[in-house]
Design a protein around this ligand. Structure first.
Ligand SMILES: Cc1cc2nc3c(=O)[nH]c(=O)nc-3n(C[C@H](O)[C@H](O)[C@H](O)COP(=O)(O)OP(=O)(O)OC[C@H]3O[C@@H](n4cnc5c(N)ncnc54)[C@H](O)[C@@H]3O)c2cc1C
Length: 406
């Protein structure tokens, strides 16, 4: 599907029982809470369609999951329900639009993924077969074929690798910054640090948003608060977030072309030469000895959901551990100079995907949160903006409504 057909198809997805398409409520004042990648994408699309938008952010744009993630744009999973898989695919197409609209560095080229355990490898192979049935350009290749495509990587010749051709990678920090820059150039406002406190209603409708800096008049409010959604709205749609360590290097010469999802770590390289490496719990169950200021047990360290390490020595040990594993596989990584070492907390929903739609108990309030938010951000931003402004329901989002989970 090309980009023009993609835009036409999005228009057809809308169902407007009472209103014709294009009857846009541009006059509504919309407040978006949260300047992560989801809130930023919604704000961008709303302002592009002509709405009056204010984004408020408690910390900094992309301060949490949206600035501390791996950035893999994946079409390759999951497979159920089909709408989930379909949304992922549409989002990759939407990224092609964004690439030129907001000028972001997307490294297309596909991904390689395999598993260490035989059992998980069987599951992966089965999922690939289902996706092939959907027409996804994905196949199993062996280590030798993979090495021909990635000559700087030492693959075990015997392994079977899922090669998904559509996948890509971004620096989500850059995506958020550019989405917000365009939002502002479309006339929107982005305010931080400003914390959402409550909603003020009048005659059963939203009149304003109460914040740490006073009231902001509003007709509609979008909650795009990632991992804070449950606490803020007193609902239960999220699992406990899990941590992952993300390393980013200084730009270096090109060594890999694809996203590589090795069982112990994952890695990709942007067009600008920056290599991003992610790994889960490389030091789980280890003691940190007598490092000053560091809680001794791993679980104690994690209980407070830190986003940075308690001290430089511990940070260095984590990074060295990840790099040692990665260098055995990609020897040229010995030359890396690290720029960032961060801990990201992965927000995840009970349904494993998006939760998007109006909140029945607060007229004018909309919720948008999801797993794999980097991949989903463009399509969620575009469809949510259409739903809010056209006052329509888009069929494709019906499987992901909050009332299924709240
Ligand atoms: C380590 C890691 C790796 C990941 N890898 C991938 C990947 O490879 N591919 C992929 O697709 N996804 C990945 N993800 C998931 C993805 O990063 C998230 O799904 C996405 O960033 C969520 O975006 P968000 O805007 O919903 O939430 P967030 O980025 O958390 O943004 C929500 C914002 O709301 C703000 N907020 C909260 N409460 C308030 C309040 N009261 N007032 C004002 N503002 C408030 C917060 O400060 C925050 O900035 C990864 C995540 C992590 C952590």
């Amino acid at each position: 599907m090309n980009r023009r057909n993609f835009s036409r198809m999005l228009a057809l997805l809308a169902v407007s029982p009472n209103q014709s398409f294009g009857n846009i409520n541009k006059k509504d004042r919309i407040v978006v809470i949260g300047a992560g990648i989801i809130g930023s994408s919604i704000a961008y699309h709303l302002t592009k369609m002509g709405a009056e938008v204010t984004v408020i952010e408690r910390d900094l744009p992309a301060a949490h999951a949206s600035g501390k993630n791996f950035g893999w744009l994946h079409a390759s999973y999951p497979t159920k329900p089909f709408s989930f898989h379909h949304l992922l695919k549409l989002s990759l197409l939407a990224y092609q639009n964004l690439e030129t609209e907001i000028d972001i560095d997307i490294h297309w080229g596909g991904s390689f993924e395999w598993s260490a355990s035989k059992e998980n490898q069987k599951i992966l192979t089965k999922e690939i077969e289902i996706q092939q049935g959907y027409g996804v350009p994905i196949s199993m290749i062996n280590g030798k074929q993979a090495h021909e495509l990635e000559p700087n990587v030492e693959f075990d010749e015997e392994i079977s690798i899922a090669f998904s051709k559509l996948d890509g990678a971004v620096d989500a920090n850059e995506v958020v910054k550019k989405l917000l820059k365009k939002t502002i150039s479309h006339g929107g406002r982005v305010l931080y640090p400003v914390t959402y406190k409550n909603i003020k209603t009048k005659n059963g409708k939203i009149a304003a948003v109460k914040t740490s800096v006073g009231e902001i008049e509003a007709d509609q409010v979008v909650f795009a608060c990632g991992g804070d959604t449950d606490e803020l709205l007193k609902i239960d749609i999220l699992n406990k977030s899990k941590p992952e360590i993300i390393l980013r290097t200084q730009p270096m010469k090109k060594i890999i072309n694809r996203v590589i999802v090795h069982p112990s770590f994952h890695i990709h390289q942007q067009k600008n030469g920056v290599v991003t490496i992610g790994a889960t719990n490389p030091m789980a169950d280890t003691s940190v000895g007598n490092l000053q200021g560091a809680p001794i047990s791993h679980s104690d360290r994690l209980a407070l959901m830190p986003e940075v390490f308690p001290d430089v020595a511990l940070e260095k040990r984590h990074a060295e551990m990840i790099l040692t594993i990665a260098q055995q596989f990609i020897p040229q990584l010995e030359a890396v100079k690290l720029k960032d070492i961060v801990i990201g907390w992965i927000p995840s929903t009970h349904n494993g995907g998006p939760v998007v739609g109006h909140l029945k108990n607060i007229p004018g309030a909309y919720i948008a949160t999801t797993n794999s938010g980097v991949t989903f951000a463009p399509i969620i931003g575009e469809l949510v903006a259409k739903e809010i402004l056209d006052r329509t329901n888009i069929n494709l989002l019906e499987d992901f409504r909050p009332d299924h989970f709240i």
